[in-house]
Design a protein around this ligand. Structure first.
Ligand SMILES: [Zn+2]
Ligand SMILES: [Zn+2]
Length: 104
């Protein structure tokens, strides 16, 4: 359940292609959304899996939601989980972990 800012963005983030399961292999896929970090990136089609994190929506120019990357690491640390060594819980692999936090 991810709400992107507008229809143009949603259709770009959710490109589903018959020929490529992997968005990095598909020339039609431009935007990668990391649900865990709430980050958007431009896919670099160099044969690898790199992307450039962006701060504004390319289609409507609105500011993107703040990245939750720092908080993601903080919350794992608070639970005593080392993301490099331990298994990352399923709720941290998408945006579910955000709903478990106290709202501020
Ligand atoms: Zn938009
Ligand atoms: Zn494709």
């Amino acid at each position: 359940m991810n709400n992107h800012c507008c229809q143009a963005m949603s259709s770009r983030v959710n490109v589903r292609c018959d020929q490529h399961d992997d968005p990095f292999a598909c020339p039609d896929a431009l935007i990668k959304f990391s649900a865990g970090f709430q980050e958007y990136g431009l896919i670099i089609h160099d044969g690898g899996t790199s992307s450039i994190t962006i701060d504004f929506y390319p289609w409507c120019g609105r500011r993107l939601p703040e990245s939750q990357r720092d908080r993601w690491f903080d919350e794992l640390e608070r639970r005593g989980i080392d993301p490099w060594e331990d298994d990352v819980p399923a709720e941290f692999q998408d945006d579910r972990w955000l709903t478990t936090l106290p709202q501020d």
